[in-house]
Design a protein around this ligand. Structure first.
Ligand code: KMH
Ligand code: ZN
Length: 273
C-alpha cells in the first residue's frame, strides 16, 4: 500500500481554549502546534488562523505571518490554508489566503448544517469561483466532503474543467448535519470517487481514530488535530496536536502502513514543489 499522508488540522475555527487550553491562537502558538505535528509525522498542516484573542480570521496578512513562521521552523511541510474559514464569513474574506499561492487549499463542495443555527454555506457559484481562482493560481484543491452529494458536485465541476486531475478529497464524517462516522458511510464515500483520486479521512470527536484506522487499512490517508477532536482518549485532553499525530503514527505502524514524508506526500498528491 502507498505510504500514509497524515494531515494535522491544528486549530480550526470553532474549537477554543475553553475546550482545550492547548488550542493555538497567536502566531507563536500556531507555530508551536504545527511544529509538534510535523515532528510527530504530519506532512500537511491544514491551517486556520486566529486573532490573538481567538477570533477566527481569514486575513491574508495573518495567514502570511503564520505561514512564514511555520515555514521557518518546518521548511518542508505542505501548508494547506482553509478557504472555509468560519460559518458566516463572506466569500471575499474566505478566499484571501489563496492569493498567497499556497501549494494546496481547501475547496468546500456544498452547503451543510453545522449544528444549532449554524449553516456552512457554499453555493454552486461560490464553489466555481473558488475553484477557478485556485486553478488560475496553481493551488491544488483538497475537496472537502461533508456529505455524499459533495463528491458528485466536485466530479461534475471537474468534468466542466473547473477542478484539475488528480482529484484529492477529504471525507469529514460525524459533523452534526453531515454524513455519519460509520464504516458503512465511509465505504459509500470511498466507492463514489473517480479512479485515480486520493482521499483522506477526518473523523469528528470520538470517531477520529476509528475512522483513521478504517482509512489506514483501506488505502486512504488520515487527518487528525484539534479542529476535529481535542481528546487523546476518552476523558483525556490531548496536550498538543503532536500527541494526536503520534497516535495516528502508532496506529499506522501497528497496521503495517509506513508514513509519508512531505516530499513523498507531494508525489502521491501530484504536487510540484
Ligand atoms: N470551519 C468550517 C466552517 C475548511 O477548512 O475548508 C469550515 C471548515 C472547512 O473548516
Ligand atoms: Zn478546516
Amino acid at each position: 500500500m502507498e505510504k500514509l499522508i497524515i494531515t494535522a488540522a491544528i486549530c480550526g475555527a470553532e474549537v477554543t481554549k475553553e475546550h482545550n487550553p492547548a488550542v493555538p491562537y497567536t502566531v507563536d502558538e500556531i507555530v508551536r502546534e504545527a511544529e509538534s505535528a510535523v515532528n510527530a509525522g504530519a506532512s500537511i498542516i491544514h491551517l486556520h488562523v486566529r486573532e490573538d484573542d481567538g477570533t477566527p480570521t481569514q486575513s491574508k496578512e495573518r495567514f502570511k505571518a503564520c505561514i512564514d513562521a511555520i515555514k521557518n521552523r518546518c521548511p518542508d511541510a505542505i501548508i494547506q490554508p482553509s478557504t472555509g474559514g468560519a460559518v458566516g464569513m463572506s466569500n471575499e474574506e474566505r478566499l484571501q489566503p489563496v492569493e498567497l499561492k499556497p501549494e494546496m487549499a481547501t475547496l468546500d463542495c456544498g452547503t451543510v448544517n453545522f449544528g444549532g443555527d449554524d449553516i456552512f454555506v457554499n453555493s454552486e457559484n461560490t464553489i466555481i469561483a473558488f475553484a477557478e481562482r485556485m486553478l488560475e493560481l496553481g493551488v491544488k484543491p483538497e475537496i472537502e466532503v461533508f456529505d455524499k452529494g459533495m463528491i458528485d458536485t466536485a466530479i461534475r465541476l471537474h468534468k466542466k474543467g473547473f477542478i484539475a486531475s488528480p482529484l484529492h478529497f477529504n471525507f469529514v464524517l460525524g459533523v452534526n448535519g453531515g454524513i455519519s462516522a460509520t464504516l458503512r458511510d465511509l465505504t459509500f464515500l470511498q466507492g463514489s470517487i473517480l479512479q485515480g483520486s486520493t482521499f483522506t479521512v477526518s473523523g469528528i470527536g470520538r470517531a477520529q481514530f476509528q475512522m483513521a484506522a478504517a482509512s489506514i487499512i483501506t488505502g486512504g490517508h488520515v487527518r487528525v488535530g484539534f479542529e476535529d477532536n481535542i481528546y487523546l482518549e476518552k476523558g483525556v485532553l490531548a496536550s498538543s496536536n503532536g500527541e494526536l499525530v503520534a497516535k495516528a503514527v502508532r496506529l499506522a505502524r501497528e497496521l503495517g502502513r509506513q508514513i509519508a514524508s512531505p516530499d513523498e506526500a507531494r508525489v502521491i498528491l501530484g504536487l510540484s514543489k
